[in-house]
Write a protein that binds this ligand. Sequence first.
Ligand SMILES: [Mn+2]
Length: 255
Amino acid sequence: MAIFAVSDIHGYFNLFKKGLDLISFSDTDFLYVLGDAIDRGPDGIKLLRYIQNHKNMDLLIGNHELMMLYSVKPNGAPICDGFETNIWLDFNGGEITFKNYIELSESSRKRLLGWLRNRYVIKTVEVNGKTFCLSHSYFDERILNKRYRFAYPRFVYDVVWNSIYREDSRAYGLDPYSKHDYTFLTGHVPIQYAKREMPPEKVTFGLSALWNGNMADIDGGCSYGKDFYDGTAERENGMIFLRLDDLKEFPVRFE
Ligand SMILES: [Mn+2]
């Protein structure tokens, strides 16, 4: 019985399944997906439904799920005209997700949205006496262990979008983690990107969690797609499954 986390799957269902095989995921294990299961890759809706249908899996809200929730109708109508529709479809790879979404029955769509609204945004999990704090990116005590539908929207927005690693974020360089006793696990910013913001001596090559004090970024950079090449010797991307029991990492790479 082990507890795992993975983040930023971005519609790559086949690679996700490869990861489940690699960790020998069983019915007695549990998996937390730290947001951004959808968009860019082809199978975001399939992934959401797969997680939804597994009692031993849970999804935290990422900025991509938030864009979707802000773009589609809560009643499952096949319409996309919410106030984040443009940024979702045109700038964040939501088009394929919406296309697959409207292929579901209206009742499935409604059920999916109801399930999404009932996910957590920031969640603490105890493993072997250690408390992990899981979120897509940032931290705000005011929505800790609150379900999305009960969490104040502005706080949710900041938690899923803000990052200490992104120059375009209002939280750039503003560390919310070190004053807490938790071990933080986040995604949102691909490790290949976040490493550029770290002192070189703290950076290791390859597809592995990026530890920074009591916080680890486990976004393996699926959002770059399978033909990722950043012009350096380091060109590995994919998913990082982290076992919380012993912090062992199980990376899966695109073929
Ligand atoms: Mn994200």
